[in-house]
Design a protein around this ligand. Structure first.
Ligand code: Z5A
Length: 209
């Protein structure tokens, strides 16, 4: 079977990490060969960029356009080094965030031009789209509350205002309406088990029926 790029998207704390882990165990039990990766930070260079992008330091402000270009640089490296080679050998790829994150966060959240973001996404990806994007739809307040219960300190983007996170959520909602075949909405507010069952059903219908 040809490789497939399956992306998980959503606001902070929507459950991507949890669901990707469960999903990779399920796919492995079916004998599917896969890798799990993420943006930013799916390569060695990307890990350095992730640290620059997400650490909260007043001494090192990151401008909005700089932020956009760093996400694009991370993506370009990720595509060349990880995504293309693994798709070419038929692997399934579970990827935590991809091009829709840039539209939702830098486009809707920061208010940067969607048209320029689309062009940058195209330059970074060479036109490689996901075969399926699972949007875990969780209210931003609920997602942030989940994160605040955890041990880790909130990073630079998590510390943005709730208004910012609502704009990001609006971005995902509009993207899901526009790309209604590529992006499938899953109610992420349900229990972890129910969310996983729903994701497995979607993947089964799409790739294994
Ligand atoms: N970003 C951007 O701005 N532009 C871009 O182009 C890209 C990214 C690519 C890094 O993302 C940041 O980069 C992100 C957007 C920006 N903003 N921030 N910050 P990230 O994906 O690495 O960071 P994140 O969004 O904060 O994800 P996360 O911390 O890994 O959360 P998650 O994966 O969505 O959730 P989780 O870790 O699976 O779960 C969070 C908690 O909720 C945890 O305690 C779970 O046990 C709990 N949980 C999970 N599922 C449930 C359910 N169903 N019910 C109740 N509780 C649950």
């Amino acid at each position: 079977m040809a490789g497939k790029l399956i992306v998980f998207e959503g606001v902070e704390g929507c459950g991507k990490t949890t669901q990707m882990q469960l999903c990779s165990q399920w796919l492995e039990s079916l004998g599917v060969s896969l890798i799990v990766t993420r943006e930013p930070g799916g390569t060695e260079l990307g890990c350095d960029l992730r640290r620059l992008l997400l650490e909260k330091s007043a001494n090192k402000p990151v401008g909005e356009v700089t932020e956009l270009l760093l996400y694009a640089a991370d993506r370009a490296q990720h595509i060349e080094q990880e995504l293309k080679p693994n798709l070419a050998i038929g692997k399934f790829i579970l990827c935590d965030r991809y091009t829709d994150s840039t539209i939702a966060y830098q486009g809707y959240g920061r208010g940067l031009s969607i048209s320029i973001i689309n062009q940058l996404n195209y330059i970074a990806t060479g036109g490689l789209e996901s075969d399926l994007t699972i949007w875990l739809d969780v209210d931003p307040e609920e997602g942030l509350a989940r994160k605040c219960q955890g041990e880790a300190a909130l990073d630079r983007i998590e510390q943005e205002t709730i208004a910012f996170h609502r704009l990001v959520q609006q971005g995902y909602s509009e993207l899901a309406k526009f790309y209604n075949s590529r992006i499938v909405r899953v109610d992420g507010s349900l229990s972890q088990e129910v969310v996983q069952n729903n994701i497995q059903q979607i993947l089964s219908d799409r790739f294994f029926s």
